[in-house]
Design a protein around this ligand. Sequence first.
Ligand code: SF4
Length: 256
Amino acid sequence: MGVNVNLELTDRCNIRCRMCSQSMREEAHGQPMRHMAWETWRAALAGLRSMGEEVHLCPHWLGEPTIHPQFDRFVEYAFFVNDDNRLFRSFKLHTNGVVFGEERARLLIRLANQPGQRLDTFNFIHFSIDAHSAEAYRLVKGADKRDQVYRNVERFLQIRAEMGMERPFVTLAYVVQPGNAEEAGAFLAHWRAALSALGRPLRATVDWPDQAADTVYLRPLNCGEQAEADRLHAEVCRALGLTTAAGDRLRGAESF
Ligand code: SF4
């Protein structure tokens, strides 16, 4: 069990997903958006020691963590002071993958596989991709970054394979919605081929992944027309053969 702790490195974002209110406001938390200060990060990490429960750490809440100007330094420090998992039991990164170069990929793979911590400390990077074509990406993500994101994720997978590592596993997330639903199959096929070329399997799920594996996660849109969004998600997942479950809502009662 344990407790989930989100230490938000930044509440800013570099793209404008149409399903995310973060992209539609000028401020967050009732204050102008800003990046976390170094001393705040150090103090927050030190404070994890007294939590009394296993901590599952995510450097994200609103915003896109990797655009923090010192993202690499912050994350490297967190793992440096977490020797023997004394501060956090696990770490998970959520990112849109826009700012994700080679050096960053190498750093994160190294941190996930460094000695002195439990093997599954850094199990997952969750890439929110949500589109296959450049047009759908522009529509859903509000930015012209499709090719850059695909290059970044593919390079990460390539480097991980060259380093002979499994971790961090990737979750390749796709929020099914009008405008991208018809290309969910192409998305799945693309990443299946990419992983297969590296000799790696790929799972596909209709709810949050619960296994340590590279996974395409087709996710329903959260919105005002929830029944309709769930129905579209269920139809797409059934059409792709990802489930035989009947009904319009595939995700578990507590899933969001
Ligand atoms: S990348 Fe994340 S934080 Fe940024 S707009 Fe999209 S969903 Fe929101």
